[in-house]
Design a protein around this ligand. Structure first.
Ligand SMILES: [Zn+2]
Length: 219
């Protein structure tokens, strides 16, 4: 009879985040000195990290400044070997996800920032052109989500509405008759967001859409 090896106890998830560019020391997700590592970021991408021991006093200072603006808890080693870090309250990766609100057939899309990720949820009833308001990685994730759900193109236009009911980290696209007081269908999808919306959500959208939302937030 085959004997199975004793199972390893579940260890808290400990991830290798990268190596110091100078001394090659490993940086682990649970390193106590993690926040003092310095990340060199170019165009939102981490191109290298340096451990506290290898930093000059100026770089130590820079690392502390960055710790105030970057959320090192979201630091993730990506498939291409690079390390990604989200800005505080922001996101570094856009993914197709599920969200219970999209089970309602009048809701076409929900975008939510959670733990350094932008989660994008659609349903099979969603308008298949909904990747168009998004840009970059967010557009790719929406396109993939719509394809996976076999969504079909619709004919609705977009309008925008700040609404008190939404949390700051979520944007939802809802059919107009579902939220309009008169319950009339004007062929619109209403982009709903909190008046206190997390500004990092804006970076997922094309400049035109981001400006529309920004204008309403300032109003
Ligand atoms: Zn080092």
């Amino acid at each position: 009879m085959p004997v199975s090896k004793p199972r390893r106890k579940n260890q808290p998830s400990r991830r290798l985040l990268g190596h110091c560019a100078r001394c090659r020391r490993a940086c682990w997700s649970d390193s106590p000195d993690g926040p003092r590592w310095n990340a060199e970021v170019r165009a939102g991408q981490v191109v290298g990290i340096e451990c506290p021991d290898c930093q000059t006093p100026e770089e130590n200072m820079e690392a502390e400044l960055k710790a105030a603006t970057l959320d090192y808890r979201t630091m993730t080693k990506r498939a291409d070997g690079r390390t990604a870090i989200a800005p505080r309250g922001g996101w570094h990766t856009a993914v197709a996800a599920d969200h219970p609100i999209v089970e309602d057939k009048t809701v076409h899309l929900a975008a939510e920032i959670l733990d350094g990720r932008l989660n994008l949820a659609v349903g099979p009833h969603s308008d298949a052109r909904l990747h168009e308001p998004f840009t970059g990685a967010a557009a790719q994730a929406v396109r993939a989500a719509l394809a996976a759900k076999e969504a079909r193109p619709g004919t609705r236009t977009l309008t925008f509405a700040p609404m008190e009911d939404f949390g700051p980290d979520t944007i939802v696209f809802i059919e107009d008759q579902a939220i309009a007081d008169d319950a009339e269908d004007r062929g619109e999808l209403v982009v709903c967001f909190s008046p206190q919306m997390n500004p990092h959500l804006l970076t997922a959208f094309t400049p035109t859409i981001a400006d529309c939302i920004r204008g309403l937030l300032a109003a």
